[in-house]
Design a protein around this ligand. Structure first.
Ligand code: BMA
Length: 332
């Protein structure tokens, strides 16, 4: 008998996959090919990390955070046949104004931590966009060649703007994380909605920093995955050690029609920086997820995350196991 589908979405038979290593009982496990993208994949890059990928054509495409050798934070486009081996364009994305009004804000200062997803008729990109400080940039592409920029979603300062993959109650919906102009020592996840992808409002508190691995701040990770049990949200959490911030990630389930309502939230982390490529790099002890592929047929998930602000890594999980884990490890 075929397994009952939990993911509300398409099948993705070519999702990257490796079985859980023998002897492991981890809910999330790392790819044996990590890091899948080295820091110097393109000539101009100092580092490549915190990046977003989607199924595209008969393979995959993505928007990548590449910090350049001048140490500017930039976005580059990439393509892959299998989601593991990537080719990136050395030249950064040049955003074309979607309309005349955008010309005023099109002066690219910096861009980082992109998220990408198909929504209605195009691939939307959100990223942390420099506009007198970090805020949420919004743009789109049809072909991963030409990219159009829209209005920034919010006033500075904001980070981790993550669109839901469909309208909710007739509105576009986005998670975001109000912040400050520095290495923000606080941060909770909020929900905002928009009738037109330009005007964002009706802001709602979703969930905040708590204790332990997520004591300092939290931020949405990949675009939430729609499931029969609610929106599955992977998110990063930060603790402050005597040596600085430590970035791990965990998961929560949000109500399908009122996503600011948390159904349950796993207390432990799912993945913390514990292997060399997450512990050692330009910023030590960072595991930062920005994208997840899902296959509704098998329930397989492939989660892309940055390692130590230096490389791109991949991890795997089964959606049913993650949901069971969130439910049985939640105090909500
Ligand atoms: C955040 C962002 C992320 C980065 C993290 C750790 O503020 O800049 O891109 O991974 O800090 O340096």
């Amino acid at each position: 008998m075929p397994r009952q589908q939990t993911i509300i979405g398409p099948a993705l038979p070519n999702i990257p996959w490796e079985d859980r290593p023998a002897g492991s009982s981890d809910v999330v496990w790392r790819s044996s090919r990590n890091p899948i993208i080295p820091r110097d994949l393109i000539p101009s890059s100092n580092s490549i990390f915190n990046s977003a990928v989607v199924p595209f054509g008969d393979g995959f495409a993505g928007v990548f955070r590449c910090d350049s050798k001048t140490r500017r934070m930039q976005l580059h486009v990439g393509r892959s046949k299998d989601g593991v081996d990537w080719e990136l364009v050395d030249e950064r994305i040049r955003w074309i104004p979607d309309n005349q009004a955008i010309e005023e804000i099109n002066d690219f200062m910096y861009g980082y931590d992109p998220r990408v997803h198909w929504l209605e008729d195009r691939y939307y990109v959100t990223w942390c966009n420099g506009y007198h400080g970090p805020t949420i940039g919004v743009g789109y592409t049809h072909d991963f060649e030409t990219f159009y920029q829209m209005e920034n979603a919010y006033l500075p300062f904001n980070r981790n703007g993550v669109l839901f993959p469909r309208k909710i109650n007739g509105k576009y919906a986005m998670l975001n994380r109000p912040s400050d102009n520095g290495h923000t020592p606080f941060g909770d996840i909020y929900y905002s909605e928009s009738p037109d992808m330009t005007h964002w409002g009706r802001h709602r508190f979703v969930m905040g920093a708590t204790e332990g691995w997520q004591a300092t701040k939290i931020g949405a990770g990949p675009v939430p995955i729609e499931t029969t049990e609610g929106w599955l949200l992977f998110y990063h959490g930060v603790l402050t050690s005597c040596n600085g911030f430590v970035y791990s990630w965990g998961a929560a389930l949000l109500d399908l029609e009122q996503p600011w309502k948390v159904i349950c939230r796993g207390e432990p982390y799912l993945l913390a920086p514990q292997v060399l490529y997450e512990q050692v790099g330009d910023v030590p002890n960072v595991a930062f997820p920005c994208a997840a592929l899902s296959d509704a047929d098998t329930g397989r998930l492939a989660i892309y995350y940055g390692g130590a602000d230096t490389v791109v890594c991949l991890a795997y999980a089964y959606v049913d196991e993650v949901i069971d884990w969130v439910k049985s490890n939640s105090k909500v």
